[in-house]
Design a protein around this ligand. Structure first.
Ligand SMILES: [Zn+2]
Length: 150
């Protein structure tokens, strides 16, 4: 059985577009876009690779198979990594809590019935959400004034 049906791929593309819509609010230069999106039938999470440097404009993203209810919006997590890479500058920090925060804000707006939202990110990846009180408006303000931990 194919995991990445045409419908599911279209759902990912829609989630990608909606994530961009949200991220526009941080400013046009604050996020990266996906250059190539690859769908793998292997079980796994998702990952992303910089294609034009840490301060570049694009990511290559691979989506793996898994829990259908939680998988599609992993694309918002990967785009969250792009935001973090641009924000942190030359520091070498991992950004899981950044990626989870972006996914949380995106799903809260565009996919509020989400299974993933019910549990949210794992406790160790909540630093950024805790820092802004799980509030997008506060996140944007702290982001604009660079008050979030890189
Ligand atoms: Zn990640």
């Amino acid at each position: 059985m194919v995991f990445w049906t045409e419908q599911r791929k279209a759902d990912v593309r829609k989630a990608e577009t909606q994530t961009y819509e949200l991220l526009q609010e941080l400013g046009q230069e604050s996020f990266k876009r996906i250059r190539t999106l690859e769908f793998s039938e292997k079980a796994g999470t998702a990952d992303c690779t910089q294609v034009d440097g840490q301060q570049g404009k694009y990511l290559d993203v691979r989506m793996f198979a898994g829990d259908a209810d939680k998988k599609v919006w992993a694309v918002a997590h990967e785009l969250g990594h792009g935001v973090h890479e641009l924000y942190r500058g030359p520091m070498d920090t991992c950004g899981e809590s950044w990626a989870e925060a972006i996914r949380y804000f995106t799903e809260s707006r565009y996919n509020p019935g989400s299974d993933w939202l019910r549990t949210g990110p794992p406790p160790q990846d909540r630093n950024i959400l805790d820092a802004c009180g799980w509030d997008w408006g506060t996140f944007k303000r702290l982001f604009a004034t660079h008050q979030l931990l890189p």
